[in-house]
Design a protein around this ligand. Structure first.
Ligand code: A3P
Length: 283
């Protein structure tokens, strides 16, 4: 398997002609900021939006260093990074870090001052999105309602199913807070990233200490895609939306199943609002 497993949806670092531009300026640094989660929260959208900023340089694919490839060592990781000049920020995104027990201590061992960005989305919708992705890869997959309950007649939610477990944000955050102070985190609303991308990216630029350069004028709403898209992505002068794997149509899930899941998440959500200091109003 390739070390960088999420398909890179756009090619960066090449000129408009498609000929790679070799960049020998600057140096490869460890990331000062990482999008650590959550899977299906809108992490690709956020990274692509931030990359428009001239002072942000990011790895295109997901390095998975602090979960899968830690044994390869820090120099392997640093080598994956793009070169940056002084004042530029190096970034990467690997959403599975948020739910990996060992990730916080490993990341802190690299640099405990790393800024951590978590894109969170209503855990019910996130679970359906996650299921939709898995089903795309395994078309014979059982129905959502079969997988979500331990025993469907009792209606007990299966917390071991990763589509459910990932959305228990309070539990994962608790693990991270053993190693990082709350001030290291920025929580981005996955919903607002769709409804007001410039506003959400504006807050992230502030958090990263960057000048607010990415703004309303960089986005347009693409009716066909049903999502905001970039007028001029990094390394291109043509407008571009994210690829087909972002913004899939979700299958219909019976309302009573969604209701059960919503009730299940309520205490976790309330705890997460308290811990993070943000009320995301998911129910
Ligand atoms: P869906 O495919 O379920 O709609 P991630 O990049 O973390 O895997 O998240 C994928 C999700 O990003 C998509 O889930 C989609 O809802 C969301 N998203 C947010 N902004 C988007 C945008 N501008 N274009 C496409 N998808 C976007």
């Amino acid at each position: 398997m390739s070390a960088l497993s999420e398909p890179v949806e756009s090619e960066h670092g090449g000129g408009e002609s498609g000929i790679p531009v070799s960049n020998t300026y600057g140096s490869k640094k460890f990331p000062q900021a990482i999008i650590i989660g959550v899977k299906k929260g809108g992490t690709r959208a956020l990274l692509e939006f931030l990359r428009v900023h001239p002072d942000v340089r990011a790895v295109g694919a997901e390095p998975h260093f602090f979960d899968r490839y830690y044994h390869k060592g820090l120099e392997w990781y640093r080598n994956l990074m793009p070169r940056t000049l002084d004042g530029q920020i190096t970034m990467e995104k690997t959403p599975s870090y948020f739910v990996t027990k060992e990730a916080p201590s490993r990341l802190c061992a690299m640099n405990c001052d790393t800024k951590l960005i978590v894109v969170v989305r209503d855990p019910v919708t996130r679970a359906v999105s996650d299921y939709t992705q898995t089903r795309t890869k395994s078309p014979g997959l059982q129905s959502f309602q079969t997988l979500v309950f331990k025993n469907s007649s009792l209606g007990v939610i299966d917390t071991l199913w990763s589509a459910v477990r990932i959305g228990m944000y309070a539990q994962h955050l608790e693990n991270w807070l053993q190693h990082f102070p709350l001030s290291s985190f920025m929580f981005v609303s996955g919903e607002r990233l769709v409804s007001d991308p410039a506003g959400e990216v504006g807050r992230v630029q502030d958090f990263l200490g960057l000048k607010r350069i990415v703004s309303d004028k960089h986005f347009y709403f693409n009716q066909t895609k049903g999502f905001p898209c970039l007028k001029k992505p990094e390394g291109s002068s043509r407008p571009r939306c994210l690829g087909k794997s972002k913004g899939r149509t979700h299958p219909h899930i019976p309302a009573d199943v969604l209701q059960k899941l919503r009730e299940f998440y309520r205490p976790f959500n309330n705890k997460f609002y308290q811990m993070s200091g943000h009320d995301f109003s998911w129910d």
